[in-house]
Design a protein around this ligand. Sequence first.
Ligand SMILES: NC(=O)C1=CN([C@@H]2O[C@H](COP(=O)(O)OP(=O)(O)OC[C@H]3O[C@@H](n4cnc5c(N)ncnc54)[C@H](OP(=O)(O)O)[C@@H]3O)[C@@H](O)[C@H]2O)C=CC1
Ligand SMILES: O=C(CO)COP(=O)(O)O
Length: 362
Amino acid sequence: MVGGGSFGTAVAILLVRAGLRTTLLVRSAEHAEELRRRRENRRYLPGVPLPPALRVAALAGDWGEPLARADLVFLAVPSKALPTAVEALGQRKPPAHAGLVSLAKGLVPPDGRQPTALLADRFGGDRIACVGGPAHAREMVEAGAGLVCAAWSRELAHAVAGVFQAAGVVCEVSSDPVGVELAGVAKNAAAVAVGATREQGLNAAGMAAADIFLEVLAFAERRGAQARTFVGRAGTGDLVATALAPTSRNRTAGELLAQGVPAAEIPARVGQAVEALETVQLLAQAIAREGLEAPVTSALAHLIDGSLPLDRWVALVRAQQPPPARFGRPRSWLLRMRYLARRLRRRRQLADGQDATGAAPE
Ligand SMILES: NC(=O)C1=CN([C@@H]2O[C@H](COP(=O)(O)OP(=O)(O)OC[C@H]3O[C@@H](n4cnc5c(N)ncnc54)[C@H](OP(=O)(O)O)[C@@H]3O)[C@@H](O)[C@H]2O)C=CC1
Ligand SMILES: O=C(CO)COP(=O)(O)O
C-alpha cells in the first residue's frame, strides 16, 4: 500500500484482515517509525489499532523486497502526488504479474488525466484497476463500505473485489474504470458545490450537484463510460455519503469557500487531502477541450479560484434551465419496430371501431 493517509491506512488494515501479507509505505522514515512504535496512525486515523501483522516501511527507504513479492500494489496518495508515486514505483519495477490499483478520486495535473490512464501508460492497461464507492475510512474499518472495483481485466477486477469481500467489506465488480473514476471526481466536485451552496438554499444545492453530475457524465460518456456507473454506488451512492458526512473534506471545503476562506488556505485548515480543490479546475479544462458545455462545473472552478463571488455562483446555479427533452421517433431498430407495431395496432383498432385500450367506444 503506497500512501499512509486515512484511506491508505484503512485499506491496508482490510488487506491484513483478508489474510494478505501487507506492507504500508508511508512518505517519511519518521512517520514509519512512529507507526511501528505506536501501532496507530494518530495523524490520519486515530483510535484505530494497526493489526500486528501489518508491516510499515518508508517510501524514502528500501521497499524493493516487499515490492518484489507483491501480487497487488495499491496507490492511496492524492491525485496531485500520483506522478511522483508512479515514478518511484516504476523505478523499482513491480513484478510483471502484479495488479496496480488506484484509490484516488481526482485528476492528475497538469492536464487532468485520469489516474488509471497514467498507470496504464506506464505499466499497461490489463494490470490496472481502480476503486470507488462510498467509503469513509473510519466507518469502512469499523462497519463496512460500498466499494466498487473496476478494471479492463475481468480477472483483476474479481481478484481485487475478492480481497475486500474476504475482509468482510462488500465490493461490486465493474468493467467501467473510466466511469468509476469520473463518478468519484463528479461526486467530489458536487460535494464542494453542495457545501458552498447549502446555506443559500437546499434547492440550489441539489440543482448544483445534479448539473455537475450531468456535465461530467456527458464528458465521461465521450471517454466510453457507462451512465449506470454514475447512478450506482460509485456516483450517487458516494455523493450522498459525502454530502451528509460531518467529516467530508470536500463538502467542508465548499462551506469554507462560502465563508470567504481562500482555496489556498483550505488544505491547511482541513489537514488532509481535499481532492476537488485542484481537480475541479482540471476537470473544467478537460471538458472544455472536449468541446462540451459545462456551465456549472466551470462556474465552480471560478468560485474556487476566487474569480466568481458566492452570490453570482448561486444566481448562476438557480438560473440554469436544462435543455428540453427531444420528443421523436425512437432510434434503435428494436424500439422502432415496436413503435411501428404499436401504431399499426392502433390504426387497426380505430378501423375496427375500438379505442386504444381495446374497448369498443360507447
Ligand atoms: N479518506 C477517505 O475516506 C477516502 C479517500 N479516498 C481517496 O484516497 C486518496 C488518498 O486520500 P486520503 O488517504 O484520504 O488522504 P490523506 O490526506 O488522509 O493522506 C494523504 C497521504 O498521501 C501522502 N502523500 C502526499 N503526497 C505524497 C507523495 N508525493 N508521495 C507519497 N505520499 C504522499 C501523505 O503523506 P504525508 O503525511 O507525508 O503528507 C499522506 O500519507 C484521495 O484521492 C481520496 O479522494 C477515497 C475514498 C475514501
Ligand atoms: O470519498 C470519500 C468517501 O467515499 C471521502 O470524501 P471526502 O474526501 O470529502 O472526505
